[in-house]
Design a protein around this ligand. Structure first.
Ligand code: CP3
Length: 342
């Protein structure tokens, strides 16, 4: 039984006593307590693959920041790895794939993920659930197929995404084949996370915004839609960073919640998505401001969503150099200002 189920109820579109709040990328990045655990290990991957420790850093933001949900500590890149492309996490630089996909023959070196290869994630979820004992819900997650496809072709981050975007023009059939494999892998991965106890799941389409709208429908939303159709056990959130032009079409997805980044106007989004819960969309940079300005900006954000089912969050992941005290202040402010008088 969940003692605090605000976020699950908000995701279902129900009215809540106050607005639930959590932060994308709340586990890791900003907390010294995370750094301490992380520095005692060989690196990021060891932490991801050690369920007891992954559970520990998953719970840290619940204890320290007071968020209304825990997101399981892992990474979207475990899926390409389980499909056959291992990744390295390069200190201060980010992910790197020594091997990438560039031609049809490369497709032979990848396969639909065997969900049992990711059992360390399900174990981390089970341990987290046990240790949380219902204090808050646990959010599972995966990358959206287009974002995972981008990593598999680019081998890391990119300024232009020209390899990934290029293939949509040079070999759309091959792109579809790979996107299908990622989609199938993701569906069984999420189902196993849910079986292990995830109360909600979120798809991160971090590179949505680099696509032209027609390609976004054809090569991203189509696959997100397949995933949403397949997951009916728990509420699902779709966060498509930068894809403001796709909001209306996202109304057709079988997801409960749509995430908004800070470039999106909540007043428009609520008109375009009357039947979806909206999540977001505080500018992560606003957390660099003074407490006074954070309070003013939080009040403004809450006002824009008022009367519409809302889960407060940032418009993207919290930046690593953010002061955890400011994050805590933001969370406390949402809790204080969003109380509905009954
Ligand atoms: O939300 C959470 O706190 C849960 C954990 C989580 C991580 N990655 C841990 C992590 C989640 C949800 C992710 C998702 C993720 N990973 C995304 C989608 C969300 C987004 O921000 O758009 C993407 C694009 C990635 C890929 C990735 N992983 C990058 C680009 C990097 C390097 C830079 C960074 O810090 O984001 C990572 C590494 C990573 N993933 C870290 C953490 C805590 C930092 C690694 C470290 O501890 O050294």
């Amino acid at each position: 039984m969940l003692k605090n189920d605000l976020i699950v109820r908000a995701a279902k579109g129900e009215k809540t006593e106050r607005t639930p709040v959590w932060l994308m990328r709340q586990a890791g990045r900003i907390l010294p307590e995370y750094r301490a655990v992380r520095n005692s290990l060989s690196g990021f991957k060891e932490l991801v693959e050690t369920p007891e420790l992954a559970a520990e850093v998953t719970i840290q933001p619940v204890d320290i920041l007071g968020v209304d949900a825990a997101i399981i500590f892992s990474d979207i890149l475990v899926i390409p790895e389980a499909m056959g492309l291992t990744y390295e996490m390069v200190e201060k630089k980010g992910p790197h794939f020594p091997k990438t996909i560039s031609s049809k023959s490369d497709l032979n070196s990848v396969h639909v993920a065997d969900p049992s290869d990711l059992s360390y994630v399900y174990d981390a979820i089970s341990i987290t659930k046990k240790e949380l004992d219902g204090r808050v819900p646990v959010i599972g997650f995966a990358g959206a197929p287009w974002t995972i496809f981008s990593y598999m072709l680019e081998g890391g981050g990119s300024k232009t995404f020209s390899k990934a975007r290029g293939m949509l023009y040079t070999d759309p059939q091959m792109a579809d084949q790979l996107l299908d494999m990622i989609t199938e892998s993701t569906i069984s991965y999420l189902k196993h996370q849910i079986e292990a106890g995830a109360n909600m799941v979120q798809l991160f389409d971090s590179w949505a915004g680099v696509l032209p709208p027609n390609h976004y429908s054809q090569f991203s939303l189509k696959y997100i839609s397949k995933i949403c159709d397949a997951i009916d056990e728990v509420p699902i959130t779709v966060f498509a960073k930068g894809a403001w032009w796709a909001l209306e079409e996202m109304g057709n997805l079988k997801c409960r919640t749509v995430g908004l980044d800070w470039n999106m106007d909540p007043s428009n989004a609520r008109i375009l998505l009357p039947n979806k819960t909206l999540q977001g969309n505080f500018d992560p940079c606003a957390l660099y401001g003074s407490e006074e300005s954070i309070k003013r900006d939080t009040a403004q954000m809450l006002e824009k969503f008022k009367g519409h089912p809302h889960i407060a969050n940032l418009g993207h992941g919290v930046y690593p150099d953010t002061d955890p005290n400011k994050v805590k202040f933001f969370i406390d402010t949402v809790k204080e200002l969003s109380v509905i008088d009954s």
